[in-house]
Design a protein around this ligand. Structure first.
Ligand code: ADP
Ligand code: MG
Length: 322
């Protein structure tokens, strides 16, 4: 059943900048969605509109059947039930973790605020950082405090706008694992903007992809979109594509190619071999192909200059019109 309903949303900024065009998206309670798309494709605008912090030209947003009023229709813009966390975590540098987290609760009953703080510190594993200042925390801990603060008002929808950009990959992995468990336990409805498909794979099960001009080009389960990406633009977010020579709009992914002895479908020459944890990433010059192919080669042991035979299961060929 739809919980958060986005219907025909459109927004054009002055100067004919189409930030969003006719965007419709139905989100169930407790679903976790990632939003990916090129820079300027309207992702942040969408989150601000969902939060009621922006004024749309067309369309409506409903949460649990109730219309979200925009900043022109409502005296105090925004909703407790819908919280937005941005990339710059916005923590107060001269306030402790506890003060930062309880800041949105200043008008609330003191007992409730303390209870909520204790719960959140426990949930996010921040009990020992209670009295620390933001500068004394790691990047991952700072983002946890920012998310804990957004959750102090017990929102039903959490919107994350590229909040993990400043983290190194190990910090990010740990944090995303932890958030995944927390969000599942709370059945929180999540929309997360990211430019890194890995974030989506680690934290969300659904994905929507935006392209320039604010068009929603595809939406659905991540696994379905990965297996049937419909366009080279969408497939490109999951990794490089190799264009099949002489076959228009046909592509292969690096992991779908095997190198064999004897005669293959194509012949190539190794240009580069880079060590990756799970495979060697080979760059291979293919007879008849304009661009070198990327091939994941778990067996390892090839060197620059080696001649290789390439083969693949034809069912793995992707037909991707532009
Ligand atoms: P994204 O988050 O996908 O990078 P945004 O939603 O921030 O994209 O922006 C979409 C488009 O709208 C961009 O072309 C951007 O320059 C423009 N835009 C965003 N906010 C404003 C604004 N307040 N005034 C004018 N143009 C804006
Ligand atoms: Mg943005």
């Amino acid at each position: 059943m739809t919980f958060l309903s986005i219907n025909g949303l459109g927004k054009t900024y002055p100067g004919e900048v189409h930030a969003l065009q006719d965007v419709t998206l139905e989100i169930g309670k407790g679903e976790r969605w990632a939003i990916i798309g090129s820079s300027g494709s309207g992702k942040s605008t969408l989150l601000r509109l969902i939060a009621g912090l922006e004024v749309q030209d067309t369309g409506e947003v409903h949460l649990d059947g109730e219309k979200i009023l925009n900043s022109q229709e409502k005296l105090v813009a925004g909703y407790d039930a819908i919280q937005l966390v941005k990339q710059d975590n916005g923590l107060f540098p001269h306030s402790t973790v506890a003060e930062n987290i309880t800041r949105p609760l200043l008008q609330y009953d003191k007992e409730y605020a303390r209870e909520r703080l204790d719960n959140l510190l426990k949930l996010f594993g921040l009990e020992r950082k209670r009295e620390a200042y933001p500068r004394q925390l790691s990047g991952g801990e700072q983002q946890k405090v920012a998310i804990a603060r957004a959750m102090s008002l017990e929102p039903e929808v959490l919107l994350l706008d590229e909040p993990f950009n400043s983290l190194d990959s190990m910090q990010k992995r740990d944090l995303l694992d932890e958030l995944n468990l927390i969000f599942q336990e709370l059945e929180l409805t999540l929309l997360m903007v990211t430019h890194d498909i890995q974030d989506a794979l680690l934290l969300t099960e659904k994905l929507c992809v935006f392209s320039s001009g604010g068009k929603l080009v595809t939406k659905g389960k991540i696994s379905d979109i990965h297996q049937d990406p419909k366009s080279a633009y969408v497939a490109g977010f999951f990794g490089p594509l190799n264009a099949l020579p002489g076959k228009e709009s046909q592509f292969l992914r690096p992991a779908d190619i095997q190198l064999k002895k004897g005669i293959g479908k194509l012949t190539g020459k190794v240009l580069m071999n880079r060590y990756f944890p799970e495979f060697d990433l080979l760059s291979i010059q293919i007879d008849g192909a304009e661009q070198a192919w990327q091939v994941a080669f778990p067996e390892r042991g090839l060197s620059k200059g080696d001649t290789v035979q390439l083969t693949w299961n034809e069912a793995r060929e992707l037909h991707l019109p532009e």
